[in-house]
Design a protein. Structure first.
Length: 195
């Protein structure tokens, strides 16, 4: 006598076995736990190499689309948001108007926002900046070298790294989620009030 197991039943049994033996489901990533000034989550699942509480890497220079240069060392004493982006990224394009609105609110409050464009030539970055009608600067990131200091180069863009005045990472985002973005703005607001 042959037994037939429906494919959905087999999947359910497999999932039940995983949950029963490990105590967690592999079907859903751990939810983020929000603290008063940061989101602590499975950052490795989001492709990050850094985590909230780490000192931000400072061993690089940011070359902006207008040719000027800066670095995190030079920006110490300010709240810095690095927005990792690319012209081909539709989620980045969706998030950028919200970042521009946030930038207009905080740009005169000791807050710096720099978009870090992943591995695109200067002409593309300038056109992207113009097309998006943003006023915050974009920096070049040839070879995704800056990106690779914060996240696995094989992981996707659309990330924000919020760094406090001491150079410590205080908030990380991935993709564009309205609640996560609103929480990030609250963190930035708190930091801006301190400076």
């Amino acid at each position: 006598m042959k037994f037939f197991v429906h494919p959905l039943a087999a999947i359910g049994l497999s999932l039940f076995t995983v949950v029963a033996t490990t105590g967690t489901s592999t079907a859903q990533a751990p939810a983020a736990a929000t603290t008063s000034n940061s989101t602590v989550s499975a950052d490795e699942d989001r492709g990050y190499l850094v985590k909230v509480g780490d000192q931000a890497p400072e061993d690089f220079e940011l070359v902006l689309q207008d040719g000027s240069k800066t670095s995190l060392k030079e920006l110490r004493g300010k709240t810095v948001i690095l927005q990792f982006t690319a012209s081909w990224c539709s989620v980045c394009r969706k998030e950028m108007p919200h970042l521009e609105q946030m930038w207009q609110t905080y740009k005169d409050r000791n807050v710096v926002l720099i978009g870090v464009d992943r591995d695109e030539p200067i002409e593309t970055v300038k056109k992207f900046h113009k097309d998006m009608k943003i006023t915050y600067p974009l920096a070049l990131d040839p070879g995704a070298d800056i990106f690779g200091r914060f996240a696995n180069k094989k992981s996707g863009v659309t990330r924000n790294v919020v760094i406090d005045a001491t150079g410590k990472i205080v908030y990380l985002t991935r993709l564009y989620d309205e609640k996560e973005f609103a929480d990030m703005v609250k963190v930035i607001d708190t930091l801006a009030k301190k400076s």
